[in-house]
Design a protein. Sequence first.
Length: 238
Amino acid sequence: MPKPRKSLISLEATSYYHCISRCVRRAFLCGEDALTGRSFEHRRGWIEDRLLELAQIFAIEVCGYSIMASHNHLVLHVDQPLAESWSTRAVVERGHALFGGTVLSERFLREETLLDVKRAQVETTAETWRERLTSVSWFMRCLNEQIARKANEEDDCTGHFWEGRFRYSVQVIIADVAGRKGVGRKARLAGNGPALAKRRNTAGDPFPARPKGVPHLRPCGVAALAKGWAIDCGRRLA
């Protein structure tokens, strides 16, 4: 029986995840339709802008990304200690940016006097949002939903834009090679609040030389994005 992603993603095992989203109905994320000559290159900007926005809200770093005509790849790093360090107010502000907030959370941000029971409700809501802000599923939902709505509006149609929610594989990145310093250094996050330092796809960049002491691993899908050597827990490597 299939299991929900929340039961499969374990931050204790690894905090790096390679996520893939694919279009349906011959939709385009970028490039040009050879049959009609119509260009969809502007949609690449949609995704990059949304990634930048979400990276500033979630406790999730975009280590690398690749946007192709029919699908995209993301290498995400969940920074759970960062989320745990946020105050209740910081979490509520981020929750408002994504989910709209509640009457009580709005009163809390206005620093109005709240009864203990009302303040407890705000704390409960904030903890729910804190959990979502470290969720890969919620990150991909917030990304893909907006892109699908904009694309359907532009194409003047309704229905599914994505093949499904997303597919992912668990990635164990060798810290000394890829890690926080080397993973997607062309499109990494910088500063206390995550922000994409440079907007550039990392796909197609050459692989680094294998350092001494690192076992010879066949570079898997994430390595093309992360510019490092990786062990893909989803399949055996030769």
